[in-house]
Design a protein. Structure first.
Length: 484
């Protein structure tokens, strides 16, 4: 699992003002200019019916049942030698330049694995995909759950992507669209697991299939996929359920933080504090073992005696108890150990809420608050041992949500490119501005909430978007030319 010391969050760095209605390009600094993807486009009107090609199975097409056992069974009784051959060969064939793609070899590998591909296809047409992790049974050991099954799905996705690339190269567009549909559905199934890392693997799978969509639309005679792309959900891989599961992680792993409402004797509160301290110490040891260069306060928690914890928190706990009594207008005295427990709970939950509440905001708003979250995390890591444990157990949400929105940016950009192919079919020319496109609605960049940058020269159109969070490789640039 991916939990460990929280990585430093990066400040979102906007690279220039957003253009009005997509009329002018956003200005990128030289270091931020991404490597361009060059696509030659042929005019392509919308197919009839509009959804002749689907990139995700429709709900009405799904069969009853659970996909996960089908996916897991395709590796059963398969010799390691054979599986390793697939793992080694498929990436090289997928990464080959278009003009050097060894179609014959790729077709042979795809045919060799056609039976297992068929099983993947069956799985992607099931109504549910339940990976059945023992999250409830291992709630106190959640960070010990590993996800080899989800990781393994990436290898099978390369087979699916290679099959699509072969079919595209052969001009079999109906079959290629069906194969891309299978791959994106697989990505969504993998991404529906209970942890944020499941979502990240799902995004990686979908991005691999979107590579094939780029290949598809740049082939002569390929059908237009504007409405197929428009029908994809947004976000393509939804992290919400995983985020909310991980939001409850601290309470599952440290159940002493919960069930504080019922009356307890002072002896019971002392026992609760003893158990809470022991749990935090053991958790700190586990987290420190995963990350040798752990923050000083996290390391300190591994050897912190209970009496030292009491001494450090007693004054703050007394003030917190007084404040709580005034708020509730209770005459009942709060003992020292109860006050310490309640202070720890309040701090843990306040830190958790500060980290997770931004996940519910649109990405541009969330990204603007990253410096604030970064400061909260830095203070938690340095202020006291208990807060350091809570900070260390949280997932790295901003990078994960960035990966999610960048996948959605690709879908939106491909929609714009397909809208341009619709315009080519109608007029034979690219428009001077994106705002001039009237055939279909033009999406904005979901990562910024602003229109994509667009410029037209004598020989090509350029569609671009800025880097996010100052991270190299997150800017986007397509150079589009009309096929002679």
């Amino acid at each position: 699992m991916h939990h460990g010391p929280v990585l430093c969050l990066l400040l979102l760095a906007w690279t220039g003002p957003a253009p009005a209605q997509g009329d002018a390009p956003q200005i990128l600094k030289p270091a931020e200019i991404p490597k361009a993807k060059t696509l030659e486009l042929s005019p392509a009107p919308a197919p009839t019916p509009a959804f002749q090609y689907r990139l995700l199975p429709g709900t009405h097409e799904l069969q009853p049942g659970d996909a996960a056992p089908i996916y897991l069974r395709i590796r059963h009784e398969l010799r390691d030698v054979a599986f390793n051959e697939l793992r080694v060969k498929a990436p090289g064939l997928l990464d080959a330049p278009r003009d050097q793609f060894p179609l014959k070899d790729a077709r042979a590998l795809v045919d060799q694995w056609r039976f297992r591909y068929r099983q993947i296809e069956f799985g992607t047409r099931r109504e549910t995909c339940n990976w059945n992790y023992t999250l409830r049974e291992q709630s106190e050991e959640s960070i010990s759950i590993f996800l080899p099954d989800a990781q393994e799905m990436r290898y099978w996705t390369r087979l699916v992507a290679l099959k699509a690339r072969v079919e595209i190269a052969e001009g079999r567009f109906d079959e290629a669209a069906r194969t891309i549909e299978t791959g994106i559905a697989l990505g969504k199934h993998v991404g529906a697991g209970p942890f944020v890392v499941n979502g990240l693997i799902g995004v990686a799978i979908c991005n691999l299939m979107l590579n094939q969509v780029e290949e598809f639309i740049s082939q002569p005679g390929s059908p237009n996929l504007y409405w197929s792309l428009t029908a994809l959900p947004s976000p393509l891989v939804d992290f919400r359920a995983a985020v909310e599961i991980e939001q409850g992680l601290i309470d599952r792993m440290v159940p002493e933080l919960t069930d504080l409402e019922r009356p307890r004797s002072e002896i019971e509160w002392t026992a609760r504090l003893v158990a809470l301290h022991r749990r935090l110490v053991e958790l700190a040891k586990t987290l420190s073992a995963e990350e040798p260069k752990s923050p000083q306060m996290l390391a300190a928690m591994t050897t912190l005696p209970l009496e030292k914890l009491r001494q450090d928190l007693l004054d703050d706990a007394a003030r917190f108890a007084l404040k709580l009594q005034k708020k509730t207008k209770s005459a009942r005295k709060i003992g020292d150990d109860q006050a310490i427990v309640m202070l720890i709970v309040e701090r843990c939950h306040a830190l958790r809420d500060a980290l997770f509440q931004n996940a519910y905001l649109p990405y541009p708003q969330m990204a603007a608050r990253v410096p604030q979250v970064e400061a909260i995390l830095a203070e938690a890591r340095a202020s006291d041992p208990v807060s350091a444990v809570v900070a260390a157990i949280q997932p790295t949400l901003p990078p994960a949500l960035r990966a999610q929105v960048l996948c959605d940016r690709r879908v939106a950009a491909l929609r714009v490119i397909e809208a341009l192919r619709l315009r080519l079919a109608a007029t034979g020319q690219f428009p001077a501005r994106l705002a001039d496109l009237s055939e279909v609605p033009i999406p904005s960049d979901p990562a910024t909430g602003q229109p994509f940058a667009y410029e037209l020269s004598a020989s090509k159109a350029i569609l671009s978007a800025p880097a996010l969070d100052g991270v190299a490789g997150t800017a986007m640039r397509y150079e589009l030319a009309v096929r002679p």
